[in-house]
Design a protein around this ligand. Structure first.
Ligand code: 6MZ
Length: 353
């Protein structure tokens, strides 16, 4: 664990409202009760410390979390705290993702929500945190095409206003709802406007036709991809498309096991793709909901798949190739990793790069 904590890391799949730490949650709940909220929420309804839950139960948890984060102050605090927590965990670059949300009761519009999130990012940037933060806007599968187009417009607008902090579009939300193919025109429009695409695909079984079409885009990265390969109900054709485009996979071990889409850690699709040398990025998904951290995910990967410290370093180093930010940022990050490797492994450095 000590090594995993000290390892510089890249986080590419972190939903803001799923990443709220226990401490932040407690503070938000306390504030709510002080303000006289009549529907007290217990902290355990927002996190799975032990055991597991169905995806249905997990998506019900997000509804509870959204009640707590229903105003701009909360959005600012959550984002600010998450960035500090990732920085403390030695994450040097993070792409947070979030669904623009309006709550008329509190006066929060989608624009005000995004401005609070971006202000938290900008304020953290002024501090000496040693972490680069970018933002991806999420399209919830529950929404319709108009909302998806609106999200793309917001991403384009805030990409400009924030000087490139907003860099991409995500598709997420309850994977059993609606059809991702409906959003393909919105994804194409986003791409034409210079936004990258990080799409949840094959997170549940029996979505081969949908996945097949979306893979033709192709996306810039895939979230989960749990059911792509034939051994678990996917197809050779899906695997071939992912391999052909070398589309990186964002893999979240604890999330998939606690969310019951994968039976046990050693059944995780990480093994299938990692063993064939396909680009894999270890991520947290929802570090608050799943009570994890990126260091814990690296430790889990190392223990489950017997990965040495040097290979773990390689895994984290190669994640730099798959960030959505510029080549300049990649060069800055690679330099940091090289310094870590020089200090940690001393000998055989050349073999590692
Ligand atoms: C799909 C997920 C997810 O956007 O309000 N989200 N979507 N699969 C998952 N695996 C468990 N985990 C989180 O963050 C919360 C939202 O992220 C998506 C869901 O739409 C959830 O409501 P934001 O910041």
């Amino acid at each position: 664990m000590e090594f995993c904590r000290s390892l510089p890391k890249i986080e590419l799949h972190a939903h803001i409202n799923g990443s709220i730490s226990e401490k932040t949650m407690q503070e938000l709940l306390q504030k709510r009760s002080q303000e006289g909220s009549k529907d007290p929420i217990e902290r355990w309804t927002t996190t799975i410390e032990k055991g597991d839950k169905s995806l249905d139960e997990i998506f019900a948890m997000f509804k509870v979390i959204h009640q707590i984060s229903n105003n701009t102050d909360a959005a600012y605090k959550i984002t600010y705290d998450i960035i500090h927590e990732f920085a403390e965990d030695n994450v040097k670059y993070v792409e947070l993702r979030t669904t623009p949300r309006a709550v008329p009761d509190t006066g929060m519009t989608k624009e005000l929500y995004l401005e609070s999130v971006l202000k938290a990012i900008a304020d953290c940037e002024k501090e000496d945190l040693d972490i680069i933060v970018k933002l991806i806007l999420a399209i919830d599968r529950r929404s319709d095409v108009n909302i998806a187009n609106e999200t793309v417009d917001l991403a384009v607008k805030y990409k400009q206003i924030s000087n490139g902090k907003v860099i991409g579009i995500d598709l997420s939300g309850d994977p059993s709802v609606n059809d991702a193919r409906d959003f393909i025109p919105a994804f194409k429009c986003a791409r034409s406007k210079g936004l990258k695409l990080a799409l949840h695909l094959a997170e549940v079984l029996d979505q081969n036709a949908e996945t097949e079409s979306v893979l033709d885009l192709p996306p810039d990265r895939i979230g989960h991809g749990t059911f792509l390969h034939p051994e678990v109900g996917g197809t050779e054709s899906l695997v071939a498309k992912v391999k052909q485009h070398k589309t990186p996979l964002e893999l979240c071990l604890t999330s998939n096991v606690k969310g019951r889409t994968v039976k046990a850690f050693d059944n995780h699709q990480f093994k299938y793709w990692y063993d064939m040398g396909h680009p894999c990025v270890v991520c947290t998904d929802d570090k608050g909901v799943f009570a994890t951290s990126l260091s814990k995910e690296y430790k889990l990967a190392a223990e489950t798949f017997d990965i040495s410290q040097q290979d773990l370093y390689q895994l984290s180093y190669k994640a730099i190739d798959h960030i959505f930010d510029t080549e300049d940022t990649k060069a800055i990050l690679r330099q940091k990793w090289c310094t870590f490797a020089e200090n940690t492994f001393k000998a055989n450095i050349r073999n590692l790069q």
